[in-house]
Design a protein around this ligand. Structure first.
Ligand SMILES: Cc1ncc(COP(=O)(O)O)c(C=O)c1O
Length: 393
């Protein structure tokens, strides 16, 4: 059969994740992989998972294996409500925060509408935006608050002058993927006030917020404007990504559209997983485990930073994240991290080229490095090798 003529217009805008292609090409355990965004398997307490699953079966019986409510099981929404102080009617459970991004895009963006985001931004979100044929406009970061405001205002004005609509602004304010950087309170206030002034929503994607290793937490954008911001949370980095669970906090009228959208997507989030998550979080195990994960990741971050300091050649700079799983390297202007990738992989070390996260394909002299996945020993060997390949010590 000729399939070509059968595919929808939307599929023409699909693009493959270069990050996932890297995973297909190589076995992550056989190389020094700074490429993925995987949590460390050490943070999965398998014995406690077993206990929690048994408890979920004992407590909920057959209900745990039945279809469930589209907005998520009450028990999990109650635990989230108590933990984050958000009323139940403002909570929708999602089948991972990737789905959260996708449903927000699906209910808000028509082909040709504009979604604003930082440049660089999360690749999985760019894939989702483009799959709905939305135009994505990236705004590079400006450090001074007034310049920051002007850059965003200018981007919005250009979109409106071109006759298009801005539907929402997508940001990862805490320990961004890929840069590792965090928005200040002032920057969050500026973005929320621009959204209110111009009448669009903010999608605040926050999977790393609770992985903070230094500095003080900054209020969420959602807490500044709960009717303007849709806040996406995830169990992937604080519990385990295999459960594929996340949540959205937002205005009930907007959540109702997501609720109907999810009926056609998957009817309900995975029910057994939700009961296990509710038990794990509600019993305090999640918080106890998070303390251990934070201390493990803090050590790895500190190790990465000191190895970069000791080994990288002059002219290479990097971000100093207060949390999350990534840091971002900038090489001299003439370096091409896309072209260099095969050389690095042949030598046994993988990273993700920074230009893959850009809306304009720029930033070819940058790369994202993950510090959560490998053991300290392998991080040490891997950074030494990468630095040597880059001409360092
Ligand atoms: C910024 C960001 N949002 C969303 C996701 C997807 O997370 P989940 O596993 O909840 O789908 C990731 C995963 O790496 C991410 O980095």
């Amino acid at each position: 059969m000729e399939y070509g003529g059968l595919f929808s217009e939307d599929t023409r805008s699909f693009f493959r994740s270069p990050v996932r292609d890297i995973f297909r090409r190589v076995d992550l355990n056989s190389i020094y992989s700074f490429a993925g965004g995987y949590p460390s398997a050490e943070t999965f307490p398998l014995e406690e998972f077993k206990e929690t699953m048994r408890e979920a079966v004992d407590r909920y019986g057959g209900k745990a294996f039945q279809y469930g409510a589209t907005q998520g099981v009450t028990e999990l929404r109650e635990v989230l409500s108590a933990r984050y102080g958000v009323p139940m009617e403002r909570i929708q459970i999602t089948t991972s925060s990737q789905q959260g991004i996708d449903v927000c895009t699906r209910i808000l963006a028509d082909p040709g509408d504009v979604i604003l985001t930082s440049d660089p931004s999360y690749l999985g979100a760019l894939q989702s935006f483009r799959s709905y044929r939305a135009d994505v406009v990236g705004v590079p970061h400006e450090d001074a608050p007034e310049r920051f405001r002007q850059a965003w205002r200018a981007a919005i004005s250009r979109v409106l002058e071109s006759g298009r609509k801005v539907k929402f602004l997508y940001m990862i304010p805490d320990f961004q993927n890929p840069s590792g950087e965090t928005l200040t309170l002032r920057e969050r206030e500026i973005l929320v006030s621009l959204a209110e002034e111009y009448g669009f929503l903010v999608v605040e994607d926050s999977p790393y917020r609770e992985l903070r290793y230094s500095g003080e937490p900054v209020p969420t954008m959602y807490s500044l404007a709960p009717d303007t911001v849709l806040h996406l949370g995830s169990f992937s980095k604080i519990f385990a990504p295999g459960f594929r669970l996340g949540w959205i906090f937002g205005n009930p009228e907007v959540l109702d559209k997501i609720y109907v959208c999810k009926q056609s997507l998957d009817l309900c989030p995975p029910v057994f997983d939700q009961y296990v998550a509710a038990e794990f979080m509600g019993s305090g195990r999640l918080d106890r485990n998070l303390v251990k994960s934070i201390s493990l990741y803090r050590e790895k971050r500190d190790l990465m930073l000191s190895l970069l300091e000791e080994n990288m050649p002059d002219g290479v700079t990097w971000t100093h994240p207060d949390g999350g799983l990534f840091l971002f390297l900038t090489m001299p202007e003439d370096f091409d991290s896309v072209a260099f990738y095969d050389t690095a992989l042949d030598a046994g070390v993988a990273y993700v080229a920074g230009s893959f996260f850009r809306t304009d394909g720029g930033g070819r002299n940058t790369m994202r490095l993950n510090f959560s996945f490998m053991t300290p020993e392998r991080i040490t060997e891997g950074i030494k090798l990468l630095a040597k390949l880059l001409g360092g010590r």
